[in-house]
Design a protein around this ligand. Structure first.
Ligand code: XBP
Ligand code: MG
Length: 257
């Protein structure tokens, strides 16, 4: 088996395809809180701390445990959280549909190049499936969810990132071994997840994740880069490349250590 061939690229969504957390998910959570008459407000700093817990329902529960433990006594706690999260998803999808959440540099270019090169593309995310479809449609066009060979999202696996479950699920459906694939992530939780599934991983950081621990990443970059807007290399080597393409991904897979 040739382990240096890239047969599929597995993309994380939030923070990787687009900067969706601060001005997307966070705002949608706050809108849902308002809708349900809660006086909670997740500001930019607090939300950065809450991002340590992946998954919206899990994040709400974590907030309750830490900041409003009295709420944990609700008899219907699981349903109540699920209802609140459903409202949050509705607000988030509406926000994406209004536009103004662009893909990060290099994302659309790389996806198109991989498709032309017949390299499979997949999604592996903890976010809710509707959110993925909505982001792809609003940025790449109505038919773009169909471009992906596999979309793995949300509650389909028991353990969210940093557990490797979602990556195992996607690899299984791709029918490919991790050795022939590469992941693109933006966060330490995401990287822990992809590495635990045996995937070489490119990290593109954002304001929330810049200072996290990316030990084990193939390379840590500012973004995927464009010919007109080269990336910055923060850790590792990009072999002189200025933007991520299939050729660089192959070199990163072939690297030692
Ligand atoms: C993304 C998440 C998600 C989103 C919110 O992590 O943790 O929970 O913040 O989405 P990753 P939901 O980028 O590592 O997949 O509310 O739909 O869970
Ligand atoms: Mg992410």
């Amino acid at each position: 088996m040739d382990r240096d061939v890239v047969r599929a690229v597995l993309f994380d969504v939030d923070g990787t395809l687009a900067d969706t957390e601060r001005d997307g998910h966070r705002l949608a959570f706050n809108s849902a809180f308002g809708e349900l008459g809660l006086d909670w407000k997740w500001d930019v700093k607090l939300y950065g701390e809450l991002l340590a817990v992946t998954g919206g329902k899990e994040r709400i529960r974590h907030y309750l445990e830490k900041y409003t433990p009295a709420e944990l006594n609700r008899s219907d706690l699981d349903n109540w959280i699920a209802g609140l999260h459903k409202a949050k998803t509705r607000h988030y999808v509406a926000l994406l549909e209004r536009g103004g959440t662009p893909l990060r540099p290099g994302v659309a270019r790389l996806i198109r190049q991989l498709r032309n090169a017949k390299i499979k593309i997949a999604i592996a995310t903890t976010t809710t499936p509707e959110n993925v479809t909505s982001l792809l449609k609003s940025t790449l066009g109505e038919d773009s969810p169909g471009w992906f060979d596999v979309i793995g999202a949300g509650d389909i696996v028991p353990g969210k990132k940093p557990e490797p479950d979602i990556y195992h699920w996607v690899l299984d459906r791709l029918g490919l071994p991790a050795e022939q694939c590469i992941a693109v992530e933006d966060s330490e939780n995401g990287l822990r997840s992809s590495l635990a599934a045996g995937l070489d991983t490119v990290v593109t950081v954002n304001d929330y994740t810049r200072l996290q621990d990316f030990t084990g990443a193939a390379v840590v970059l500012s973004d995927l880069g464009e010919p007109t807007q080269p990336f910055t290399v923060f850790e590792g080597t990009a072999y002189g490349s200025k933007w991520v393409d299939a050729e660089l991904l192959t070199k990163l897979k072939a690297r030692q250590g």
